[in-house]
Design a protein around this ligand. Structure first.
Ligand SMILES: Cc1cc2nc3c(=O)[nH]c(=O)nc-3n(C[C@H](O)[C@H](O)[C@H](O)COP(=O)(O)OP(=O)(O)OC[C@H]3O[C@@H](n4cnc5c(N)ncnc54)[C@H](O)[C@@H]3O)c2cc1C
Length: 389
């Protein structure tokens, strides 16, 4: 895509999205136009669209920011196209979405900003995005989605569950990738989750899910998942991973369930003959939040290349945490627990100028940690994370 087209798309999108309440209004207008002009498309979306709106605008922003990086954008769009097969979308749906998005943008940009040249730029940009997604979907020979049965549900914290799902057929995913998941209690509300284990011979996938208060899906997973429930999984997405035979040292930073895609990669690395040195910082608010330390302790004890550093913001458990009365378990494989904000702790333990870095957690944790590492001398191009939506 030429730089003039990119600049025109970026300027209009930023002008609309930067306004107070702009993203929300743009998304509302887009869905209103889409469902009025193409009412049959409404069935593809969940009844409640609030979370959907936020994600839509973030996803458009993510794509717009990468229009001049085809090496990163095209594989992302191809994955998105393969994932969208789960909705049964057709070329007609892509066209309807493209037209409605342009109509919504035109409405907010106004005649001064929305010139014929801007219109052509958006048409070309949306056409390229749709073409990339559709062509990746057409070339794919895997199922549009995978079906699986919950075989275990373990509450590891009051608001965090480990769920194991046995798929009816193999899914080839790379450890570190994520998949969209639909549970029976929340039809059409797909949410991304990261497998916490590499692919297994019996097609079992483990997920770690934290209940986000006020969320539509995660509290239902943690509160109501039963063995025997049928889950649907979309095609794998994301680019985190450690190439075989790499010599570059690794720094991994996770908060909460962010540990899932990192431990999947570490577990896969244990099957390799040699590995670079890996430093993993795993964080939580309180000591009781560090639910996966037993598994990480085992990994670190068995593999000298791995150093695991637990980090907490407060060294005390909160008053509402029910202590078992037992002393805290000792984890001889782990480094001493550090106290502080995880980005600060990791940056202070550096410098990490030569390391490949992966950060996984909430959007704010990822941004803050990335900022701290860059300020401490880690080049931005060494730092990877999943899209923040
Ligand atoms: C690449 C990727 C991988 C992910 N992997 C996992 C995983 O392995 N395990 C897991 O538990 N979650 C994971 N998530 C988050 C998950 O996809 C959902 O966003 C999350 O479970 C909330 O969904 P919900 O339906 O409960 O909340 P929604 O109904 O979607 O949101 C309700 C409200 O909560 C806010 N919100 C959403 N997520 C969070 C959050 N994390 N913290 C604070 N507020 C939030 C929303 O902005 C909204 O205002 C991942 C997300 C991404 C992008």
């Amino acid at each position: 895509m030429d730089s003039r087209t990119v600049a025109l798309m970026r300027t209009t999108f930023k002008a609309v999205a930067a306004e107070e309440g702009g993203p929300e209004r743009l998304a509302r207008s887009f869905y209103a136009i889409l469902f009025t002009d193409h009412p049959h498309i409404r069935d593809l979306f969940p009844a409640a669209l609030d979370a959907q709106r936020d994600r839509l605008v973030k996803a458009i922003g993510f794509v717009i920011d990468r229009l001049e990086e085809p090496g990163a954008l095209l594989p992302f769009l191809a994955q998105l196209g393969r994932d969208h097969r789960k909705y049964g979308v057709t070329a007609e749906h892509y066209a309807a979405v493209g037209e409605s998005l342009q109509a919504a943008l035109r409405g907010y940009a106004g005649t001064e900003l929305w010139t014929d040249e801007v219109e052509r730029a958006w048409r070309a940009g949306i056409g390229l995005i749709a073409e990339t997604m559709m062509s990746a979907a057409e070339q794919e020979d895997t199922p549009p989605y995978w079906t699986g049965t919950v075989v275990e549900h373990r509450a590891v914290l009051s608001n965090l569950s480990v769920v194991r799902v046995r798929l009816d057929q193999a899914m080839r995913f790379a450890p570190g990738q994520y998949v969209s998941v639909q549970i029976p209690a929340r039809p059409r509300m797909w949410r991304y989750l990261s497998p916490a284990t590499p692919p297994t011979a019996d097609h079992e996938v483990e997920f770690h899910i934290r209940a986000v208060s006020g969320g539509w899906v995660s509290p239902a997973v943690v509160g109501h998942t039963r063995v025997g429930d049928k889950w649907l999984l979309g095609a794998p997405m994301g680019g985190l991973g450690v190439p075989r035979n790499t010599r570059r040292k690794l720094l991994m930073v996770a908060c909460g369930t962010g540990i899932a895609p990192l431990r999947a990669q570490l577990m896969a690395m244990t099957q390799r003959r040699s590995n670079p040195k890996v430093h993993l910082f795993v964080g939580g608010h309180h000591p009781c939040d560090l639910y996966d330390l037993p598994a990480l302790n085992d990994l670190a004890l068995a593999h000298k290349w791995l150093t695991v550093v637990p980090v907490v913001e407060s060294d005390e458990n909160p008053w509402w945490h029910c202590e078992s009365g037992e002393p805290e378990p000792a984890y001889p494989g782990l480094a001493e627990r550090r106290v502080g904000q995880i980005g600060k702790v990791v940056a202070a333990a550096g410098p990490w100028p030569e390391h490949d870095v992966q950060i996984v957690g909430s959007p704010s944790m990822v941004q803050t940690t990335k900022f701290r590492l860059m300020a401490a001398g880690t080049p931005a191009e060494h730092i990877r994370h999943d899209p923040l939506f």
